[in-house]
Each structure stands twice: as structure tokens, then as C-alpha cells.
Design a protein around this ligand. Structure first.
Ligand code: HAS
Ligand code: CU1
Length: 553
């Protein structure tokens, strides 16, 4: 029996996660074009009459896309990749099932107040804006559910280590486990914020809140959260893209090093979101700024390794020259093209990250539309477009049905690429011209009070880009629904395998420490204590739960 047939429970399990993820994305993305057109002065909110305000829609957009879609997709995808690459089923089904159930309960609990406009606090849920307690409780249960999914992955990997003592875990499983290890460590901040501050406050057990301390705890989780989104995409770029391109990964040890550096450096960087916050000493902000430059490094390793791997694939297809080989890559495969275009968009998003992280120039872009431009080329492209590309092989693999339309899939990835370039170009420029983020710009145009006429042109860019992206969204669901309903039943030989590439430089050629766990986990913990410990102690010492809650919507 082939591996795919053996993993029939895992296929259903992953299918459930991905189904919920795609449902959340569907609702969440509906608001994208509405917001983009609103920026261009065209108000179409009457098409979503249940939306009480711009901020209600923006909260749904952020929570459903950035928190729900990602967490469900990643939990399902990585669980499957671990089982497939280790060639063994999930170690304890009940643990995996418990994780999924908790995530669903958390999602539904949070979704009700969200939809009812009782939690219009945006996806960062900064106090003193105050949501209904069900929102905070739901988010907490969702996070706990994702911890249990992570535990299930660790248990499966541990069972493999037991049967294969002293061996190096396959790259895909190793990377998936690192992603969840990083997630377990970094979500402690949000868990403390929710359990100790927000839930008791929203239930009326404590009168006030300390916004400064809550924000510090939030960003302890908030920055590594972006790597929880990114690392599964990187895993795909390392392990799957070379295979889809018909080549090999350039260096397996270098890929492991990159992920281990993410494990160490992802968390002690959160103050780069708080450069303008009072109450955190400048020296600590500078330390986090420097550490953010350290976490830039594993992305540079990724860029190098990915370029080298694609170069191998291009040369194997008779490609020549320094760049001409790129044309020889199999651009007709939507599952590959999506990820290549995602990586190109990430070049812009990543470079923007360095501007954000620079203590001095962050002041120019902080809280401006630039930041929205940044995160649409990172989570909105590097991550989301990679996940959609993944879906183009994963959906046929899981269901045994052929992709509904390859042409629609190719049109989808290119419209996303073009739409996102135009949209994010507009957002970045608006930010540089001082336009605020999270602001209903159409109203600003009408008010003529705080409107800068230079914003007119980039606002049109935003509207045009958003409209092209709407076409792309529609094409995604044409293919997802089309495949499920009308996809041709594939024979066993036709069903695509999970693409797992071999490496030119193999794991055994790197030092054993690159496959160990303890030294890296210990270093990660030590660095977090050093970079956060003193400020957390000071925040507790200065703790002032004096602010009442506000519901401005
Ligand atoms: Fe960021 C704000 C700094 C990466 C997401 N970021 C945000 C927010 C989000 C976000 C959502 O320092 C807004 C939060 C909010 O609501 O307030 N970010 C960085 C830095 C990086 C970075 C230094 N961000 C990400 C990723 C995200 C993400 C990844 C989501 C997935 N970000 C910041 C800062 C702020 C911030 C400040 C606060 C701003 C403020 O003031 O509010 C780095 O990790 C980026 C490193 C990336 C690179 C690029 C590597 C390129 C690769 C592609 C290679 C391409 C090839 C082409 C080979 C160095 C790997 C192949 C194709 C062929 C065809 C050949
Ligand atoms: Cu960050």
C-alpha cells in the first residue's frame, strides 16, 4: 500500500484544517477590495450590510486572514508534512483531534462577538479598547488548541527518534517541529496578556487595565507570530519548490541553520513595534533593534539557498547565464509559479522590514499606510500566495481529484502578483507621504480637513490594485469549489505526491549540532530572559491597572 493510502486519517484531518482555513479566508478577504476601493473614494460597504463600520470590517479582515486562516492552514499542513516525511501516521490521534476541536471551539467563540460588532478591536486587540470577554476567551482557546496540535507533532517526531536513534530527522519534519517549538515559546506573552489582564478585565473582575504592559506582552508574541506564518512558507520554498522546479535543494545543513537561527532570534525583538511607546527605556529598544537585524540574517541565508536551488533546476533544464536560466523554470505549473512570485514580492516586503526595524527611520513610517504595504508583501504575499500555490498540489493529493482549471490557477497567481505590486506600491507611497494606517481615507477626502492632495494618486493605485486582487480571490474559489465539486477523479498514478526534494549538500555533510534540539532551545530561552527579563520586571513593578475600557465603535 502506498504512503498516501496509509495516511488516510491524516488526509482527512488536514483536509478539515484547510477547509476551515479557506472558509475564514473567504469571509476575511471580502473586505480587502471594499477597503481598497474606500481608499480610492468609492464606498461599496452597502454590499456587506451586516458591517457596522469601517473598523468592524477591518477587524474581521485582520482576524480572519491573519489569525484564523494562517493558524488553521499551518496546523493542518505541517501535521501532514511531518507524517508524510517521517513515513508514519500521527502518534496519538486523540491528541491531534483534541487540538483541532479546541481550535474550532476557540474560533467559533471569538467569531460570534466579532460578527456582532462586540469585538471591534482590530487584530492586535490593543487595550484600552475593550472587546466582549468571549472574544478574548475564544482567542485563548484557539491558541491552546494550536499548542496541542504542536504537541501532536512533537510526539510523532519523538516516536520517530525512538525508532531511529542517533539519526537526523528529514528536513521537512525538522522544520515543521521548529516552527511549532518557536510558536510554543513565543505565545507565552499573549497567553499571559489574555489570562492575567484581558479576560479578568473584560469579565469585570478587575476595574482597569495597564495598556503599556499589555502591549509589551502582545508584541512578545506579535513579532514571532509573523515567523510562525513565514516558516511554513520557507519550508515549502526549501523542500518543495526545488522538487516542483525539477531540481534539488542546494544545501540541507544551511537550511537547518536558518531555521535554528529563527528559533533563537524570532522572539527577543518585539520592541521594534514599540519604538514610539513611552515606558520602555531607549537602550532596550536599541537592543531589540539590533536583534531584529540578527533575525534578518536567516532570511538572507534563505534567499541565497533558494536562488542556488532554482539555479540548479534551471541549469538542469538547459538554462544558461546568470539570470537567463530563470526563463527555463517550469512557469506553466501554478503550484510553482505561485511560490516564485511570492518570493519575488517578499524581496520588497523583506527590505521594507529593515527600514521598519531601524530605530531612527521607523519614526517616519510608524502607524502610516507604509506598514500595511509592508505586511501585504509579507504575510499577504510571501505567506498567503505560497499557501495558495501549495493548495494547487495539496488539494488533488488530499482528495484524489484533479485541479479544476490549471489556466484559472495561473491567471490567479499572476493577477495576485500584479494586483499586489500596484496595491502595495500605493500603500508604501501613501505612508511616505504621511497618510495614517487603519483610517477611513474616503471620509478624509470628503472632509478636506486633514487630507493631503498628494495622496490622491497613490489612493487610486490602492483602489486599482485591490480590484485586481478581487479577481484573483474569485479565481481561487473557482478552483477550490470546482475541484471539490467537479474535479476529475484521478487514478492512483496520477495523484500528485508530496513534493520532497533531495539535497546536493546532504544533512550528513553538516555538523550534528544542526540536528540537535537542546542547545538551541536553551539559547533561545536565555536570550529571551536577557532581552525581556529586566523590562518585564520593571513593568510588573510599575504596574498600573488604571485605564477604563473604551468602545469607540
Ligand atoms: Fe514585519 C510590522 C520588521 C518580516 C509582518 N510586519 C509588521 C506588521 C506585520 C508584519 C503584520 O522592525 C504590522 C504589525 C502591526 O499591525 O502593527 N518585518 C520586519 C523585519 C522583517 C519582517 C526586519 N513582517 C515580516 C514578515 C511578516 C511581517 C515575514 C509576515 C509574514 N515589521 C517589522 C517592523 C515592524 C513590522 C519593525 C513595525 C513597524 C511599525 O512601526 O509599526 C524581516 O524578517 C524580513 C527579512 C526578509 C528578507 C527578504 C528575503 C527574501 C527572500 C526571497 C528570495 C527570493 C528569490 C527570488 C530567491 C531579507 C527569502 C526567487 C524567484 C525567482 C523567479 C528566481
Ligand atoms: Cu515585527
Amino acid at each position: 500500500m502506498n504512503l498516501r493510502n496509509t495516511l488516510s486519517f491524516e488526509r482527512k484531518y488536514t483536509g478539515a484544517h484547510i477547509g476551515i482555513a479557506m472558509f475564514a479566508l473567504f469571509l476575511g478577504t471580502l473586505y480587502g477590495p471594499l477597503q481598497a476601493l474606500e481608499h480610492a473614494g468609492i464606498n461599496l460597504y452597502f454590499l456587506a450590510p451586516w458591517t457596522k463600520s469601517y473598523y468592524h470590517g477591518l477587524t474581521l479582515h485582520g482576524v480572519l486572514n491573519a489569525l484564523i486562516f494562517t493558524t488553521f492552514f499551518i496546523s493542518g499542513f505541517l501535521t501532514y508534512v511531518v507524517s508524510y516525511s517521517l513515513k508514519r501516521p500521527i502518534a496519538f490521534r486523540w491528541v491531534a483531534n483534541l487540538g483541532l476541536i479546541l481550535m474550532v471551539v476557540g474560533f467559533v467563540t471569538a467569531a460570534i462577538p466579532l460578527l456582532l460588532n462586540m469585538a471591534t478591536v482590530l487584530y492586535t486587540f490593543y487595550p484600552p479598547m475593550k472587546a466582549h470577554s468571549a472574544f478574548y476567551i475564544g482567542v485563548t482557546v484557539l491558541v491552546v488548541g494550536s499548542w496541542v496540535v504542536g504537541l501532536s507533532i512533537f510526539l510523532t517526531l519523538a516516536a520517530w527518534y525512538k525508532d531511529n536513534p542517533g539519526e537526523r530527522a528529514p528536513l521537512a519534519a525538522f522544520m515543521s517541529a521548529i516552527t511549532f517549538a518557536m510558536w510554543q515559546i513565543c505565545t507565552i506573552g499573549a497567553a499571559v496578556e489574555l489570562l492575567a489582564l484581558l479576560i479578568p478585565w473584560s469579565l469585570g473582575f478587575i476595574d482597569g487595565i495597564d495598556p503599556q504592559f499589555a502591549r509589551t506582552l502582545f508584541w512578545y508574541t506579535g513579532h514571532p507570530l509573523v515567523y510562525f506564518w513565514l516558516l511554513p512558507a520557507y519550508m515549502s520554498w526549501y523542500v518543495m519548490v526545488p522538487k516542483l522546479a525539477g531540481g534539488k535543494l542546494f544545501s540541507d545543513p544551511m537550511a537547518r541553520l536558518s531555521f535554528l537561527l529563527f528559533l533563537i532570534f524570532s522572539t527577543p525583538t518585539g520592541f521594534h513595534h514599540q519604538f514610539t511607546d513611552p515606558g520602555i527605556a531607549a537602550g532596550w529598544k536599541l537592543i531589540h533593534s539590533v536583534l531584529t537585524f540578527s533575525v534578518f540574517f536567516p532570511s538572507l541565508l534563505t534567499m541565497f539557498n533558494m536562488w542556488a536551488s532554482l539555479n540548479i533546476a534551471g541549469k538542469m533544464r538547459d538554462g544558461t547565464g546568470y539570470v537567463a536560466w530563470i526563463a527555463k523554470l517550469p512557469w506553466g505549473k501554478p503550484e510553482l509559479t505561485a511560490q516564485l512570485l511570492a518570493a519575488i514580492l517578499f524581496l520588497f516586503g523583506g527590505i521594507g522590514g529593515i527600514i521598519n526595524a531601524s530605530y531612527n527611520i521607523n519614526l517616519v513610517i510608524h502607524n502610516t499606510a507604509w506598514v500595511s504595504g509592508h505586511f501585504h508583501t509579507t504575510v499577504g504575499s510571501a505567506v498567503a500566495l505560497t499557501f495558495i500555490g501549495t493548495l494547487y498540489w495539496l488539494l488533488p493529493h488530499l482528495t484524489g481529484k484533479g485541479l479544476f482549471s490549471k489556466k484559472a490557477a495561473l491567471a490567479q497567481v499572476w493577477t495576485w502578483f500584479v494586483g499586489m505590486i500596484i496595491f502595495s506600491r500605493g500603500m508604501h507611497l501613501l505612508g511616505l507621504l504621511g497618510a495614517p494606517r487603519r483610517t477611513q481615507m474616503g471620509v478624509a477626502i470628503k472632509s478636506e480637513i486633514f487630507f493631503n492632495p498628494d495622496w490622491n494618486v497613490p489612493m487610486i493605485w490602492v483602489g486599482v490594485g485591490g480590484t485586481i486582487l478581487l479577481i484573483s480571490y474569485i479565481l481561487i474559489y473557482v478552483n477550490v469549489v470546482g475541484t471539490l465539486v467537479a474535479g476529475r477523479k484521478l487514478s492512483d498514478e496520477e495523484i500528485p505526491d508530496v513534493p520532497l526534494a533531495d539535497a546536493v549538500s546532504r544533512p550528513e555533510q553538516g555538523p550534528m549540532i544542526l540536528s540537535r534540539w537542546k542547545p538551541w532551545l536553551a539559547t533561545a530561552t536565555g536570550l529571551i530572559i536577557l532581552s525581556y527579563g529586566p523590562m518585564i520586571i520593571q513593568s510588573i513593578y510599575n504596574y498600573q491597572a488604571t485605564s477604563p475600557g473604551f468602545q469607540p465603535w
